[in-house]
Ligand binder design. Structure first.
Ligand code: FAD
Length: 420
């Protein structure tokens, strides 16, 4: 009997009849070949999506993804799963909306259940000035054809009657709602892209850390790894929180700092929040997983680190934010927390660009918003590598913009990565 390679109701039925014996592995455990047309460093969401689109859209299948750990061990499996395209600046809006559209068709495209759930993202406002800023953002979105609704306090109350409206230090005045925003199961995104890329011939090489780069007359010729040298005509870096460390091996100094961001999950409770809610007067955001746990987070830890764990002051700060917004959260028990390393750029926006080294391309600076960007980042990075020119929606994400002054300062915080 053939293996059930394609996931469908029929294969689930068939496997039920034959004792689940026909499922194959989702991707092969590939060993490195001597060389490839393209090597992608980093098997996170962005690296895997890049490899998938290189094969699917640009016909490049002699591609390897080299990952130092296992697929999903980095931020792609550590984030709080929120996706949205509620951006303000022209450099960002088309890119994030393209990502949202790719999310909307992702499961059919990959034949993989990534649990894409457009449950709505609501950003609360707590002052007249904040309402005006959100109205401006919503108008910018609508001018680009993106859904946005400015809600008053009563409209928010009808959605979430249990938020703290009356006795709060920063009373809720309303919110900006993007109904098409929501959540996507994060590790399923990594697995789905890995499976999709593998089916198209891409080698996914796990437990292979890149330890150096080989150059010949200023051009890249391959990567040194803990599993030996792998030759490559082109190399793409997609290592997120490790960007500055890995780029330094190629002699590059990046406008990026690494910080830790923590996430938290409570015990499972009955359905309470059917969307994503963010607190506008502090840094706290919350949704509820399909298993019932409240999934929430807040600020980065604020010091430079490569450790995938955070410290107690931020735990206290996040929980204070939660108590201020929804005091009933004080009655649930915290089940788990973890940390991931954020590649914080100087203006809070990403970089998808060539580097001064011929054949070496860079993708990073995702700060703590890179999960939602995964599909568009992969597509734009694949375009850049295949064509050697930027995709039209990613033209602003240049490496040299900090030197030329063309910052994309979405949050208006200036060049202070710890504030983005
Ligand atoms: C707690 C937390 C909450 C977040 N919440 C959200 C959210 O709700 N919404 C959102 O949009 N974003 C969120 N983010 C940000 C988002 O997760 C990241 O921006 C995004 O996942 C980064 O891209 P990636 O998936 O490719 O990274 P990663 O999964 O980290 O991939 C990089 C990979 O490179 C590998 N690597 C590193 N060095 C080497 C080397 N030398 N050789 C080989 N491989 C190497 C790593 O092992 C890793 O697997 C959150 C992040 C965290 C930590």
């Amino acid at each position: 009997m053939p293996r059930s390679d394609r996931y469908s109701i029929f294969s689930v039925f068939l496997e039920g009849l034959r004792g689940q014996t026909g499922w194959g592995p989702a991707w092969r455990k590939a060993s490195p070949k001597p060389s490839y047309d393209v090597v992608i460093v980093g098997g996170g969401g962005h690296g895997l999506a890049t490899a998938y689109y290189l094969a699917k859209r640009y016909g490049l299948t002699n591609v390897a993804v080299v990952e130092k750990g296992w697929i999903g061990s980095g931020n792609v499996g550590r984030n709080t799963t929120i996706v949205r395209s509620n951006y303000l600046l022209p450099g960002n809006i088309p890119f994030y909306e393209m990502s949202m559209k790719l999310w909307e068709g992702l499961e059919q495209d990959l034949n993989y259940n990534a649990m894409v759930s457009q449950r709505g993202v609501l950003n609360l406002y707590h002052s007249d000035a904040q309402r005006d800023a959100y109205a401006r953002r919503g108008n910018a979105m609508r001018l680009h054809g993106i859904d946005a609704e400015l809600l008053d306090r009563e409209a928010v109350r009808s959605m979430y009657p249990w938020l703290n409206y009356d006795s709060a230090r920063f009373p809720i005045q309303g919110g900006l709602l993007q109904r098409r925003g929501g959540t996507v199961r994060h590790d399923a995104v990594a697995w789905g892209y890995a499976r999709g890329a593998d089916r198209l011939g891409v080698d996914i090489i796990e437990n292979a850390e890149v330890t150096g780069f080989r150059l010949d007359k200023g051009k890249i010729t391959g990567v040194e790894t803990t599993r030996g040298f792998i030759g490559a005509n082109k190399v793409g870096l997609a290592v997120a929180g490790n960007s500055s460390r890995v780029a330094a091996m190629a002699g590059l100094t990046l406008p990026i700092e690494s910080h830790v961001l923590q996430a938290f999950v409570s015990e499972g409770i009955k359905p309470l929040i059917d969307g994503v809610v963010t607190f506008g007067a502090g840094h706290f955001y919350v949704s509820q997983s399909d298993k019932g746990g409240l999934v929430f987070g807040g600020d980065i830890d604020g010091y430079n680190t490569y450790a995938q764990r955070g410290n107690l002051p931020v735990v206290e700060d996040v929980l204070e934010g939660g108590m201020a917004l929804m005091p009933r959260i004080g009655r649930v028990r915290l089940l788990r927390s973890w940390g991931g390393i954020m590649d914080m750029s100087m203006d809070g926006s990403p970089i998808i660009d060539r580097t001064p080294t011929e054949g070496l391309y860079f993708n990073g600076g995702w700060c703590y918003g890179g999960f939602k960007a995964t599909p568009a980042s992969g597509l734009c990075f694949a375009h850049l590598i295949a064509r050697n020119e930027p995709h039209e929606v990613a033209r602003a994400y240049r490496l040299d913009r900090f030197r030329t002054g063309h910052m994309i300062d979405e949050k208006g915080m200036g060049n202070q990565p710890n504030l983005h």
